[in-house]
Design a protein. Sequence first.
Length: 381
Amino acid sequence: MVHVGIVAGEASGDQLGAALIDALRLQCPGIRITGMAGPKMLATGCEPVASIDELSVMGVVEVVRRYPELRRLRDRVLRFYLDDRPDVFVGIDVPDFVTGIESRLYSKNIKTVHYVAPQIWAWRKSRAKTLSERLDRLLVLFPFEEYFFRCYGVDTRFVGHPVADQIPLARDVVSARRKLGLESTRPYVALMPGSRVQEWKRHVDVFLSAANLVAKRNKETAFVAGAIDGDAETYFLKRAASVSPGIELTVRRGRSHDVLGASNAAIVASGTITMEGVFTKTPLVVGYRLAPMSYFLMKRLVTVRHIAMPNVLASQEIVPEFVQSAMTADALAGATIEWLENEDKVRKYEAHCSEAHHTLRRDAATQAAEAVLGLVQHKVL
């Protein structure tokens, strides 16, 4: 029996892991899957080694504060896989956590794969050459990453973006609104403040204040917020009652594709959600704040001009982005109103999104599963 170990570190990794597991089971019936998992991976029958909730942390300062706890978690996961050796180990994203696990397992002749490239092309390019010393294969979501990492001798496969496979190519606002129970004709703006607790606390009040300004400009505008879970939903509703009691707000849990697809524009935190916005063809306004010290350190290391992936891919600003002190309610609201009132700009944006969607829609989970099982083909046949 083939044994594949998987470590995912947050909600987006859980989603990728679940799709990968389903594809692995189709290609290799009877396969055993163990991992550090979230609810979606567990629903596929993954045997839990640890929970992704134990790794909900971001930013340099936050990692330093929780280092002893994170070190114990990493050591626990590593001990499990040294005792119960997988045929292949797959780390999904969270490179700073899984690097030590991958390196140790690689040194013990266990095949290692990393899924979702670490963004060292943005700020730590010198580390690219070290990947071939701890990985058998790297699976990337974007074409430019395949070229970049192959230049450093890393066996890299562009598999496409899994979210591009999950979202229809044609935008269907009516269907998305019907699923969410929203009105069919009025304008909606989505509010997506992030999946981590730290992100809620830094973004929600500013996003809601921006919503107040948008509603003041157009009283017909309603708002729909995406919450990752019940805690996020409760927090959002509590803050809305205090910050934005006058707006019409609907909160939907775990429905990000539909929330974006139902909206005329969206204010979102930088992250995976920005590519979801591209695939739903939803005009985006991106905002992000880190802890002040984390931002101070990152600003001196990052070498790319943009933080939002749609802008990185296009090498220009396709969606407005506001970082740290620039992320104000006025800035977010102004950019949102521009999307709501400029039809020509929206049409050009939708055309760009459609092109990107076609490029990145490649049945990523199937390709990723083939790349993983290809390392142990003798056991699969």
